[in-house]
Design a protein around this ligand. Structure first.
Ligand SMILES: Nc1ncnc2c1ncn2[C@@H]1O[C@H](COP(=O)(O)OP(=O)(O)OP(=O)(O)O)[C@@H](O)[C@H]1O
Length: 544
């Protein structure tokens, strides 16, 4: 992960330089106006001024205040662009890595958790840059610059600020934590209310039939009350914080004024002139804004740390090794399963000592009770998982070691459901593999009886794919065409007629039989066994 970040930093060196410049200019622009104000006031009080110099100072004061907004906008834009460059680089690297991860990674990682990694955790990392580290450095420099100028103008006020700022920072953090907790509670309560609405709509008939309106009313009441209470707490903190900061600011100025007039030595320490008082009051007001921001930035950094941990774990996952096997031993059996034992977790094995040899052109149907591991066996044959014990060989080669370009020429795999990719109908067959020709597509589609249907589409095979273009049965036929389009030697069918009505099932079975000609076929389908016979192997019991 750090590689991706360094690479982005290196690639965007100029952006970084502009960002540092914008931060420096923004600090200078925000620190200078009170000094000009001091000059103007002191000149007016002493009476020794030229109209030209006062006018110039006045214009400069105006230009700096107006320019401050522009520079801040530029700084914020650069920080955001910089953060987005990092997230873009990171998400690209993550997408690439996701494709390289072995199938076993997805056993312990739910789809939701992986999505959250890509969306939420990367967003938090972006926050770490734009509203965390970079902003915090900028704010810290602003505070130090103001303190340096204040010390230069009035050592006494500098000391006062050094004593009071840490206390005010603690007060700010206290309020921010309470407000954040209240906002979190509110989000949870709003989320619960949102979940309740579709649940109510879905079950409205049952609710009326069973007269459960009161129960529902109470549930709504509880979540809405929780949201209301949380917002009350947040509003209370919000409303009390600003007056407290204004009061503290006024108190500091009062203490400064009182001390400076109480004795000549203290007056020297506070170094008061009318102009410096005006400037110092402006500085005291200006120092609170970055102080408040730092509190929020600490919060962002804290929440980003957990996300960074998860992203680091993701990048530490071992990737699938590149397949070394580039040529098949045609003399060897298409499939040999030799004493294979496998389980998804260490404790429990699903397949125990399974052995099976399939000859070229043979038709084998795998059967067994539900959950016996039939689909799991297919995944081992495809090399998606590796056996815990024993071995699987495809034409003498470990299937997990098959070189990527060879895979579709060896296997054609059809599942219970058709999984579409984004693209045209042709893309559903080729899976964007340029080796798949239009002739091969036509041949495969004719074989499964889908050629005419595809020709009748508005743009033929170039029609953008939408699920509603094909019925469920036609989608399965498309699946079979996809499996055979590269003329593989072994076909694997995993209960592909499971969700079809009997008429569509017959159609799919016919396509299956046509596709199975001259190929080695393994299927999990009693109907195909009944239709074509072959050998039946029972998993999880004694073999027949
Ligand atoms: N990705 C997975 N992670 C963990 N356990 C899994 C995973 N896939 C399947 N299993 C478990 O492995 C066991 C075998 O599942 P499998 O799908 O291979 O059985 P099957 O014989 O094909 O079942 P069915 O006939 O019902 O489709 C089941 O207990 C299932 O819960």
């Amino acid at each position: 992960m750090s590689n991706v970040i360094w690479q982005t930093l290196r690639q965007n060196g100029w952006l970084l330089v502009f960002l540092i410049l914008a931060i420096a200019v923004s600090i200078a622009v925000s620190v200078t106006p009170p000094l000009i104000l001091q000059y103007i006031v002191d000149s007016l009080v002493s009476g020794s001024f030229s109209t030209y110099s006062l006018l110039t100072a006045g214009l400069l004061y105006f230009a700096l205040n107006a320019g401050s907004g522009l520079v801040d906008a530029l700084k914020e834009t650069l920080i955001t662009v910089f953060g987005q460059k990092i997230t873009h680089g990171l998400r690209s690297a993550m997408c690439q890595r996701l494709g390289d991860l072995p199938a076993s990674y997805f056993v312990g990682h739910e789809a939701g958790a992986v999505t959250s990694l890509f969306v939420n955790d990367v967003d938090t990392l972006e926050n770490l840059f734009d509203s965390g580290v970079v902003s915090m450095i900028a704010d810290a420099f602003t505070i130090f610059s103001i303190l340096a100028v204040v010390f230069h103008l009035s050592t006494g006020l500098g000391i006062l600020l050094c004593i009071s700022l840490p206390l005010l920072f603690l007060l700010t953090r206290y309020f921010q934590k309470r407000m954040l907790q209240a906002q979190r509670d509110n989000r949870i309560a709003v989320g619960r209310t949102n979940e309740l609405i579709p649940e109510t709509v879905r079950n409205i008939r049952t609710i009326h039939t069973c007269q459960q309106e009161n129960y529902l009313r109470q549930r709504y009441g509880r979540t809405i009350r929780a949201s209301f209470d949380a917002m009350e707490r947040s509003n209370f903190c919000d409303s009390i914080y600003s007056p407290l900061i204004i009061a503290s600011c006024t108190l500091i100025i009062c203490v400064m004024m009182t001390l400076s007039v109480s004795s000549p030595s203290l007056q020297e320490l506070f170094g008061m002139t009318v102009g410096s008082v005006v400037a110092l009051i402006a500085y005291v007001r200006r120092i609170f804004s970055p102080l408040e921001s730092i509190g929020m930035e600490i919060q962002n950094i804290q929440s980003a740390i957990a996300g960074i941990g998860r992203l680091k774990d993701f990048f530490a996952e071992p990737v699938q090794a590149q397949g070394q096997c580039t040529a098949l031993d045609k003399a060897a059996a298409p499939l040999v399963i030799d004493d294979v034992t496998f389980g998804y977790d260490r404790e429990k094995a699903i397949l125990h000592h399974v052995s099976l040899t399939v000859k070229a052109g043979e038709m084998v149907t795998i059967t067994g009770r539900t959950g016996a591991g039939k689909s799991t066996l297919f995944k081992l044959i495809l090399g998606l998982y590796r056996p815990r014990q024993g071995q699987v060989r495809i034409f003498g080669c470990d299937p997990s070691q098959l070189a990527a370009p060879l895979r579709r020429q060896v296997f054609g795999y059809v599942e219970q459901q058709f999984h579409a990719i984004r693209g045209t109908v042709a893309d559903q067959l080729s899976l964007k593999d340029e080796r798949v020709t239009r002739d091969a597509m036509e041949k495969a589609l004719r074989l499964v009886g889908l050629w005419e249907t595809c020709c009748a589409l508005p743009q033929g095979l170039d029609t953008p794919f939408r699920p509603e273009l094909f019925s469920r049965g036609q989608s399965q036929l498309l699946s079979i065409a996809r499996a055979i389009v590269m003329d593989p030697q072994i076909l694997l069918f995993d209960e592909i007629t499971a969700n079809l009505d009997s008429l569509t099932e017959t159609q799919v079975l016919q396509a299956l039989q046509a596709a199975a000609q001259d190929r080695t076929v393994l299927s999990i389908s009693h109907r195909l066994y009944e239709a074509r016979g072959g050998r039946r192997v029972v998993i999880g019991e004694t073999e027949s």
